[in-house]
Ligand binder design. Structure first.
Ligand code: G2I
Length: 468
């Protein structure tokens, strides 16, 4: 797949005889977040929810090839599937499965057991009846969706932020930590083929809560409890900083012998959006995707819906939002989207804005990076390769690949009055024609890539680039 894509891109480059090219619409249609993720042996998915499935502009994108996986945001939860004791309703969950199957998307089941979105009758059960009700629920739901979901979030959010167990869970209150092993064993019996996950938030980076999850998974494994994976929700916010050492954190879980997955990714900000916040958000998306790609047992990435139109964020965090790679008008945000593409190993080529306003939002086209042709730099030095990956009247997108030493600085001088408006993967200073770029903290060690948007007029020469 990668070879085919590369050959196509190389042929286009050769035909164009220049670094500036725009892939054809047909080529663009085959290159998506999912196809790039698949080339890395992973899936790229989006959550969805039943009310949105009537929005045809929305479903056209959801099922249009960008995503190879979906997670129902609400419709497999307890309050929907068993609102009254032992009276089950799968209509909404089935609708998501039907959509997914019709659009070549696999489904993560979410979630069999959670302290939230429980019907009132569960909380009112006497402690002596909780285990039977819990096992009955898990058995019925997992049996119904057997063969239709490839994975289940069996237990969702068992921890408080300080790493103690959530005592507000009626399951914990009735059974202590034993509820977790019992839930996994019941799920395995009902659906032996599904991958069984535990899933939480604020466990993405190293910290007390991640340590608690790590110790729990280690214990469950040592007890022979059938757990296959750990989900990292990754509900991030640019004002709180990027989780500490996410890749290392994912890796230590993988080393316990479980799969890991990014299950609910979004990156919110304090509104209003601006180009600086968008650029920071893009680095967060890039970081998460790179962390997953770097960990062999990280099986895939799911964003928690793909568009701000249907994000859970604004109604939960007042004054915050803009968390997803598509805006509330279902338009891709070039910064966030392209950062994901690049982190998945693709490069980005933007169609002309005048084309996109004249026709209904053509897919942004992507192609894998051409391989570096230069030999590696001597130890202690670095090299940088500049290319224009997309160009339209008045604007272009550039990308620079850096190899060599950690802690690089890339400089160049524009010859034709170009001005950078946004840059991701580093921090930029432009003084007149002189540009200096230093890496974002996570991007200091090559191979590193940064990208930017800039203006141009008349001529857009490729500058000589220095790395030191
Ligand atoms: O809160 C974000 C996610 C955190 N991890 C577990 C996920 O299951 C959770 O998803 C969200 C859904 O995306 C929201 O859509 O879970 C929320 C509930 O905790 C969902 O919100 C609820 C609203 O609070 C309800 O008022 C509404 O009736 O969605 C319900 C169905 O639309």
């Amino acid at each position: 797949m990668r070879r085919t894509l590369f050959a196509g891109a190389a042929a286009l480059l050769a035909a164009a005889g220049t670094f500036t090219f725009v892939l054809t619409r047909a080529e663009a249609a085959t290159q998506t977040l999912q196809s790039l993720a698949a080339a890395n042996g992973r899936y790229f998915g989006s959550a969805t929810d039943n009310p949105e499935l009537t929005d045809t502009a929305y479903t056209a994108i959801l099922g249009g090839g960008e995503f190879g996986q979906t997670t129902p945001g609400n419709s497999m939860k307890w309050d929907t599937t068993e609102p009254t004791r032992n009276a089950f309703s799968f209509t909404k969950g089935d609708a998501v499965v039907t959509f997914a199957q019709a659009h070549n998307m696999k489904v993560r089941g979410h979630t069999l057991l959670w302290h939230n979105q429980l019907p009132g009758w569960v909380s009112q059960l006497p402690a002596t009846e909780v285990q039977a009700a819990m096992e009955n629920h898990i058995t019925a739901v997992a049996t119904h969706f057997r063969g239709k979901v490839f994975a289940w979030d069996v237990v969702n959010e068992p921890f408080n932020d300080d790493g103690t167990f959530r005592s507000t869970s009626p399951f914990y209150a009735a059974m202590g930590t034993d509820y977790i092993a019992a839930a996994f064993r019941t799920a395995r019996a009902a659906d032996p083929d599904a991958k069984l996950y535990i899933n939480d938030y604020n466990t993405d980076g190293l910290g007390a809560k991640a340590d608690a999850m790590y110790n729990l998974v280690k214990t469950l494994k040592s007890q022979g409890v059938p757990i296959d994976g750990v989900g990292f929700q990754a509900h991030l916010a640019i004002q709180y900083g990027f989780p500490s050492q996410m890749q290392q954190n994912l890796q230590r879980f993988a080393d316990l012998g479980v799969d890991v997955a990014i299950t609910e990714l979004d990156v919110r900000m304090v509104l209003p959006r601006d180009s600086t916040k968008d650029a920071t958000q893009a680095t967060y998306y890039s970081n998460v995707v790179k962390a997953c790609v770097a960990v062999t047992r990280c099986v895939g990435i799911t964003i928690w819906d793909y568009t701000d139109k249907y994000s859970w964020v604004p109604s939960t965090f007042s004054g915050q939002g803009a968390a997803l790679p598509w805006d509330e008008n279902l338009q891709q945000k070039p910064t966030a989207y392209n950062a994901i593409v690049t982190a998945l190993g693709g490069t980005v080529s933007s169609p002309s804005p005048s084309v996109s306003s004249a026709s209904p939002s053509p897919s942004r086209s992507v192609s894998p990076s051409p391989s570096a042709s230069s030999s590696p730099p001597p130890a202690g030095s670095c090299t940088a390769t500049y290319k224009i990956v997309g160009s339209w009247p008045g604007g272009f997108q550039g990308e620079v690949n850096v190899t060599g030493k950690t802690g690089w600085t890339v400089t160049w001088t524009f010859a034709n009055g170009q001005t950078i408006s946004q840059l991701w993967g580093g921090t930029v200073t432009q003084s007149g024609a002189s540009v200096t770029v230093k890496p974002a903290s996570w991007n200091a060690t090559p191979p590193a890539t940064f990208g930017f948007l800039a203006s141009w007029n008349g001529t857009n020469a490729i500058p000589a680039v220095s790395c030191s």
